[in-house]
Write a protein that binds this ligand. Structure first.
Ligand SMILES: NC(=O)c1ccc[n+]([C@@H]2O[C@H](COP(=O)([O-])OP(=O)(O)OC[C@H]3O[C@@H](n4cnc5c(N)ncnc54)[C@H](O)[C@@H]3O)[C@@H](O)[C@H]2O)c1
Length: 438
């Protein structure tokens, strides 16, 4: 019998799940309902399905679960309300697939973990980055012991002025909605490190600021005088403005839906009201003693990342250039909507002691869907006959909470100027993760 799925939060990300449930995985899954506070976005998604399904106001989510006999709720709302739908679905006897971050603060995380324990139902967090073939290869090398015990990790992630800028136009610009980039974006990276090292962060120190976007725009000579791009003459040739009416999907999902909730997706990235940072430095000590230096830059000329593992038998280096520059024609477009990325490059290299470096060939990497990870993750999560998962890529609610620890502690460290022991966060985790040796 097919499992019955419903999606809450019908923005951009919902599309991937809706397609998987009604196309690639339709033999084992059935999409039975959609919910969102915005009726226009609901209608756009419903019109794209092979056959329309019942739609519900988000306020009627619990009623929808019962009426449509939902087995699994897929949560793709703004981050701030993930917990509301996760807990309501668990209480209604459903399982949950939720987008990352699982939630945006420690009390909400505890609420979710308490509900999982109380109800015995399952929450899976869709950490697609684990399913990137390059990241799977890193997991294999570290677990094999080839580079020995990992002493430290050096991790740098660059978001370019196309993709990075987009966080400063949308709801993500408010820390209350997204937790800031260390929760919303870097949570992927901190989850990877937890998984790669099979360890947990014990102590975190961070420093960060809004350097480039927001008020930085006037200082660096980029600021233009408009609130939102649509209809603003000053935005017409601004490389930091997007044209919502230049793409049919952006227009339908956001511009045409504004009348229903007032949400504007094209705010000025140099305007007021931004409460997240764009330049973040983090120092982490893990439970077994490894350290990590991490940096996130959201205003880079190219997009990609470098991760280096220093081990007792050698070093592992992963370098990924997803897009080596932002072409002028792509500057005003949104990643994932039409315009493709520029040239890319990937290298995964082991440097053993006293031997030449060895490049690892990785198959299965694709220049779409997050390195091909999205499709592989959906197969693992939606196919009841999926092969065994020896790498342990599936992330449960505890993993979702562990992925939050660095970002939440870093946010507190930025606010207080002090290092933060993660066990003081009270994110609801069962294990004692903060008292390990230095
Ligand atoms: N893993 C990934 O690679 C990846 C990529 C993109 C987005 N995401 C995640 O997907 C989620 C959605 O992101 P998006 O890009 O689709 O954003 P979006 O802005 O396009 O969509 C968010 C949707 O949430 C709805 N919403 C707002 N308030 C709500 C409420 N109170 N109750 C229910 N729904 C509400 C909005 O109406 C909108 O339809 C986020 O959690 C984001 O982190 C993950």
């Amino acid at each position: 019998m097919k499992l019955r799925y419903a999606i809450v939060g019908t923005g951009s990300r919902a599309e991937m799940f809706a397609r998987a449930l009604t196309a690639e995985h339709r033999d084992t899954c059935e999409l039975v309902a959609l919910a969102d506070p915005n009726p226009v976005r609901l209608a756009v998604h419903n019109a794209r399905l092979p056959a329309p399904v019942p739609t519900y106001a988000a306020a009627d989510f619990t009623e929808m679960l019962a009426k449509e006999r939902v087995d699994v709720a897929v949560v793709t709302t703004v981050d701030r309300v993930h917990d509301e739908y996760i807990v309501a679905a668990l209480e209604a006897g459903c399982d949950v697939l939720t987008e990352k971050p699982m939630t945006v603060d420690a009390p909400r995380s505890k609420r979710i973990l308490d509900a999982v324990r109380r109800t015995g139902r399952s929450v899976k967090v869709t950490f697609n980055y684990r399913y990137n073939p390059l990241h799977e290869a890193v997991k294999r090398v570290v677990a094999s012991g080839e580079i020995g015990e990992v002493g430290s990790v050096h991790f740098e992630w660059l978001l370019d002025v196309r993709h990075g800028a987009d966080y400063f136009r949308r709801w993500h610009r408010d820390k209350a909605d997204s937790g800031g980039l260390l929760v919303h974006k870097s949570g992927h990276h901190f989850d990877l490190v937890n998984w790669w090292l099979d360890d947990l962060p014990a102590e975190v120190y961070a420093s960060g600021r809004l350097f480039f976007y927001g008020g930085g725009g006037a200082r660096h000579g980029y600021a233009r005088d408009y609130e939102r791009a649509h209809g603003a003459a000053a935005a017409a040739d601004d490389p930091f403005a997007i044209a919502l009416d230049g793409d049919p999907t952006l227009k339908a999902l956001y511009l045409d839906a504004e009348a229903a909730d007032g949400y504007q997706r094209d705010r000025n990235v140099f305007g007021p009201g931004i409460t997240i940072e764009d330049d973040l430095a983090v120092l982490v000590r893990y439970g077994r003693g490894a350290t990590m230096t991490y940096h996130l830059t959201a205003y880079a000329p190219w997009e990609g990342y470098r991760v280096m593992f220093n081990g007792s038998r050698g070093r592992l280096e992963l370098e990924v250039v997803e897009s080596d520059h932002v072409a002028p024609a792509a500057a005003s477009t949104v990643k994932g909507f039409g315009t493709p990325a520029e040239q890319g490059y990937r290298s995964l290299r082991v440097h053993p002691f006293w031997a030449p470096p060895r490049d690892l060939a990785v198959t299965g990497y694709e220049r779409k869907g997050h390195g091909g990870a999205d499709g592989r993750m959906l197969a693992d999560l939606l196919d009841p006959h999926a092969p065994a998962d020896p790498l342990g890529r599936t992330a449960d609610a505890e993993a979702g909470a562990r992925a939050l620890l660095v970002g939440l502690a870093a946010n507190e460290s930025i606010a207080t100027g002090r290092p933060i022991a993660t066990h003081t966060l009270d994110a609801g985790l069962a294990e004692d993760h903060g008292t390990a040796n230095a």
